[in-house]
Ligand binder design. Structure first.
Ligand code: ADP
Ligand code: MG
Length: 255
C-alpha cells in the first residue's frame, strides 16, 4: 500500500448540544490529531453518540464549532461533507433490497462515479470474498454485514472514519476479528478514526487515545498505557476496574 498522508485533524471548540433542559454535550473542546485512533468511552447516555454526530452534522450544536482540517463542518452542504466521512453504526443499516455490491457502491453512485473495480477492492480490504458482491445482506452473518458497512463507509475514499458501537450486536469472537480488521485498515489507509464504545477493554485494546465522557463532558483523556497505570483520574479508573477485575478472576482460575 502506498505511503499516504494521515487522515484529517478534527477539532471541537466549546461544543454544546441541549435537548430540553439537559445538555447531551456540555462544552467539549478537543483536538484530535490526523491519523489517530480515538476511542470515546462512557456509560449509556453520557453523550458519546451526540458528540460523534456533530462531526458529520447529523447533530447541529447549539453552540461552539467542529472543524475538520481546520474547516468548519457548517461551511459545506451536509451531503458533500458526509461523502468525505465514513460512518458505521450498530446494525449498520445496509439497504436490504440492494446487493452487497450495490450497497458498497452507493456512496460512489451518489458522488456520480461508476467504478465496479472499486467494489471488488473494498471487499478485499475488509477481507470478504469478492463473490459476496452479488449476495443480498440477509444472506450474510452479522459480522459480515458490519464488514460490508465498513467497506461502504470507505468506498468514496473517506479519510475520516466515525464508528458508533460498531461491534455492538456481535458475539465476542466476531468482535475480535472485526476489531483486528479495522485496526489494520486504520493503519494501512492512515485514517483518522473515532470509535464510540461503552466497553473500556475494547477502547484500551484498539485505540491510541481514550476519551472518557460523563454527563456531556470529557472527564479523562489519556493513552491506554497511562489509563491502565491509573494516571487518568477517578472516572477512568472506575471504567478500567471492570475489565481488570474480570482479567484477574480469569487468571486466578488458571492457577
Ligand atoms: P450515549 O451515546 O453516550 O449513550 P447519547 O449521545 O445518545 O448518549 O445521549 C445523551 C443524552 O441526550 C441522553 O440523555 C439522551 O436521552 C439525550 N438525547 C440524545 N438524542 C436525543 C434526541 N434526539 N432527543 C432528545 N434527547 C436526546
Ligand atoms: Mg450512543
Amino acid at each position: 500500500m502506498p505511503e499516504q498522508s494521515p487522515g484529517p485533524t478534527v477539532s471541537f471548540d466549546g461544543v454544546i448540544k441541549r435537548y430540553g433542559d439537559g445538555a447531551a454535550v456540555d462544552g467539549v473542546t478537543l483536538d484530535i490529531a490526523g491519523g489517530s485512533f480515538v476511542a470515546l468511552v462512557g456509560t449509556s447516555g453520557s453523550g458519546k453518540s451526540t458528540l460523534l454526530k456533530t462531526v458529520n452534522r447529523l447533530v447541529v450544536p447549539d453552540a461552539g464549532r467542529v472543524a475538520i482540517d481546520g474547516r468548519d463542518v457548517a461551511d459545506d452542504p451536509p451531503a458533500r461533507l458526509r461523502r468525505r466521512i465514513g460512518y458505521v453504526f450498530q446494525n449498520v443499516g445496509l439497504f436490504p433490497h440492494l446487493s452487497v455490491g450495490d450497497n458498497i457502491a452507493m456512496p460512489l453512485v451518489l458522488a456520480g462515479r461508476r467504478d465496479p473495480a472499486r467494489v471488488a477492492a473494498m471487499l478485499d480490504l475488509v477481507e470478504l470474498p469478492r463473490a459476496f458482491a452479488t449476495r443480498m445482506p440477509a444472506e450474510l452473518s452479522g459480522g459480515q454485514r458490519q464488514r460490508v458497512g465498513v467497506a461502504r463507509a470507505l468506498a468514496a475514499e473517506a479519510r475520516l472514519l466515525l464508528m458508533d458501537e460498531p461491534f455492538g450486536a456481535l458475539d465476542p469472537v466476531t468482535r475480535e476479528a472485526l476489531a483486528g480488521a479495522i485496526r489494520r485498515l486504520h493503519a494501512d489507509l492512515s485514517l483518522t478514526t473515532i470509535m464510540v464504545t461503552h466497553d473500556m477493554a475494547e477502547a484500551l485494546l484498539n485505540a491510541t487515545r481514550v476519551l472518557v465522557m460523563q454527563a456531556g463532558r470529557i472527564v479523562a483523556d489519556a493513552a491506554p498505557a497511562a489509563m491502565l497505570a491509573g494516571q487518568a483520574g477517578a472516572a477512568a479508573d472506575a471504567l478500567v476496574a471492570v475489565p481488570r477485575a474480570q482479567a484477574e478472576r480469569l487468571t486466578a482460575m488458571t492457577r
